[in-house]
Ligand binder design. Sequence first.
Ligand code: HEM
Ligand SMILES: *[C@@H]1O[C@H](CO)[C@@H](O)[C@H](O)[C@H]1NC(C)=O
Ligand SMILES: *[C@@H]1O[C@H](CO)[C@@H](O)[C@H](O)[C@H]1NC(C)=O
Ligand SMILES: CC(=O)N[C@H]1CO[C@H](CO)[C@@H](O)[C@@H]1O
Length: 323
Amino acid sequence: MGASRGLILLTVLLILGRATGQLSENFYSSTCPNVEKIVQQAVYTKMSQTFITVPATLRLFFHDCFVEGCDASVMIAKPTGDAQKDAPENLSLAGDGFDTVIKAKQAVEAACPGVVSCADILALAARDVVVLVGGPSFNVELGRRDGLISEASRVAWNLPKPTFNLVQLKTLFAKNGLSQTDMIALSGAHTIGVSHCSEFAYRVYNFSASSPVDPSLNPNFAHQLMQVCHPGAGPGAVATFDPETPQIFDNVYYQNLLEGRGLLTSDEVLYTDPASRSTVFDFAKNASHFRRAFIKAMRKLGRVGIKTGNQGEIRRDCTTFNS
Ligand code: HEM
Ligand SMILES: *[C@@H]1O[C@H](CO)[C@@H](O)[C@H](O)[C@H]1NC(C)=O
Ligand SMILES: *[C@@H]1O[C@H](CO)[C@@H](O)[C@H](O)[C@H]1NC(C)=O
Ligand SMILES: CC(=O)N[C@H]1CO[C@H](CO)[C@@H](O)[C@@H]1O
């Protein structure tokens, strides 16, 4: 193909891309050129106050994208108490994730008012927290608009449950355009952060089973979990997903699965099910394979259910709709 025909084709593709509502990495290059630096600075400041910023922000991005799409609908607070974040399935999203986005938005508004969506700020912040704890860096596509719907009642069937088996996990991720490999790579986010006992204690205290301890659990690990989640432990009791390196974004999560040290059923099943085992094994043995797959999956996650063009709005305050 001649160079000029190639150029015309490229131009046509670019125009079509815009028309069909695609994102682009340089979306704010003329309207808010420093947006990435501003968000990164706000994330860094927040993280130096509390480490919870890191897991909380990453998880918030996932929940935002899986319910209504990546449109900051998870950020909305309503006086009626029936916004997305109020659903029981928000599984106690830590307040520091919300606070990170609110602080970053304030800093961005001071430089370029009314231009950058909360959805894009959350996507940037999710990348930044991963980088801050040793995870892979990558370019974030931008141009999302903020959504106009946030309903608690629409959360339940859109988020995975910790009791899910491989087919259930695969089905839900496929509904969002994510492959089994994407799902396994994104589950690697469980290399940081914690879970409350309520999400997994049944794996060590199931008194209706002939053996109350899930046989796929490593016996020593099961013993630790029984101590953390003993029947007198309060509702605040938590266990780290990756007890080895809970504050480092590495592939130890997968190495733990090989040893029966997956905290949730939905973690361990990735290794116990022969249909996904080889990918877990690969990520456990080769950190760069995991990092590459995680980047690809995060960029795909960031395209789920996006609003572009004149859909939605650019919220002034991330926690309320413009009115
Ligand atoms: C594959 C299906 C998934 C299931 C069933 C699941 C479930 C859970 C559960 C039950 C918790 C504990 C919540 C609590 O007790 O406070 C949790 C925490 C967490 N999840 Fe997931 N998750 C999944 C995928 C993901 C994905 C794709 C990401 C991000 C890319 C993610 C990021 C996190 C993080 C960072 C935490 C720790 C939060 C904290 O320490 O505050 N998870 N997840
Ligand atoms: C407990 O074990 C029983 C018998 O194996 C099983 O049917 C049930 O689903 C288990 N409960 C939980 C919460 O996993
Ligand atoms: C990971 O895989 C790449 C090729 O995909 C290879 O070059 C590299 O040596 C592997 N690293 C380890 C630690 O096995
Ligand atoms: C951060 C946040 O809004 N968490 C809420 C999650 O849902 C429970 C009720 O199920 C609320 O009590 C939390 O405040």
